[in-house]
Design a protein around this ligand. Structure first.
Ligand SMILES: Nc1ncnc2c1ncn2[C@@H]1O[C@H](COP(=O)(O)OP(=O)(O)OP(=O)(O)O)[C@@H](O)[C@H]1O
Ligand SMILES: [Mg+2]
Length: 254
């Protein structure tokens, strides 16, 4: 069985020109994502989640180790053929409409005009932007832009979805819809790899999670496995793993 994502001893460093130093963002990271899994990639701000995803997408070179997607080294452009990706920050062409944006991406993916029209209709319905399809993206709210980003990520019917904080900026209904979309992908046999700070949603959709801290893997397994020592509470497990200690009980006057 070919792993969908295989990361071994991955190292990502950034050169800090001002401090004349090298900063390690990802430190000897090793884990695998299996076919059909919904995999949650967790860790505090600056843990190295986006840096790892950027290596998978070929945006950032790794300084060490290896990363493969469907068995192909991520340095090969073909590795990205079956991926859909939602970036952490969506910088879309704000002077396009949603329809125009999806058409442009559809052409990049080499879809036929008929396929682009069909997928555009399906996806704008899925993310509930049908009524805003002809509006300039500039006039969209943050959550609307995020939902359009998700539609774009799904356009080429990817076998692997990589989502960097897909529910950030969404209201409770929007979050629920994203959970539904993730589970629908899983039901269709697809693999989903996503980062999130929303531990409740992670618990409800993920088969397995990895917790990263300072670029290093600190926990890997099902939510039950990772939180076993914390009475099944993922938030407590997360806080313990990143080294946070609960304050001592307040002293109360006798
Ligand atoms: N382009 C860059 N140049 C220099 N340092 C960077 C760059 N991108 C990220 N870093 C540093 O690498 C480390 C990891 O950042 P990264 O964005 O991967 O974290 P993250 O886990 O995605 O955090 P968040 O939850 O805030 O999105 C941080 O210390 C960050 O400052
Ligand atoms: Mg990030």
């Amino acid at each position: 069985m070919t792993e969908v994502i295989q990361i071994e001893q991955l190292v990502v460093t950034y050169r800090d020109v001002e401090a004349r130093a090298t900063r390690t963002a990802v430190d000897q990271l090793t884990f695998k994502v299996r076919p059909g899994e919904v995999f949650g990639f967790l860790g505090p701000n600056g843990a190295g989640k986006t840096s790892t995803m950027n290596v998978l997408l070929g945006f950032t070179p790794a300084q060490g180790g290896l990363a493969r997607i469907f068995g192909v080294d991520v340095r090969e452009p073909i590795a990205r053929q079956r991926i859909g990706y939602l970036p952490e920050m969506t910088y879309y062409y704000k002077f396009l409409t949603a329809e125009e944006l999806l058409r442009a991406y559809g052409r990049i993916f080499g879809l036929s005009p008929a396929a682009i029209r069909r997928r555009t209709d399906e996806l704008l319905a899925l993310v509930e932007l049908e009524s805003a399809r002809g509006r300039l993206i500039r006039t969209y709210s943050k959550g609307m832009q995020q939902r359009l980003g998700l539609a774009q990520a799904l356009l080429n019917e990817p076998d692997l979805l990589i989502l960097d904080e897909p529910t950030s900026g969404l209201d409770p209904l929007g979050r629920m819809k994203v959970r539904e979309i993730i589970l629908r992908q899983k039901a269709a046999g697809k693999t989903v790899f996503f980062s999130s700070h929303e531990l409740g949603e992670v618990e409800s959709v993920c088969d397995r999670v990895a917790i990263l801290h300072r670029g290093q893997l600190r926990a890997l397994g099902t939510v039950a496995e990772v939180s076993r020592g914390d009475a099944g509470n993922l938030e407590q497990a997360f806080l313990r793993i990143i080294g946070w200690e609960s304050p001592a009980a307040p002293v109360t006057a006798q």
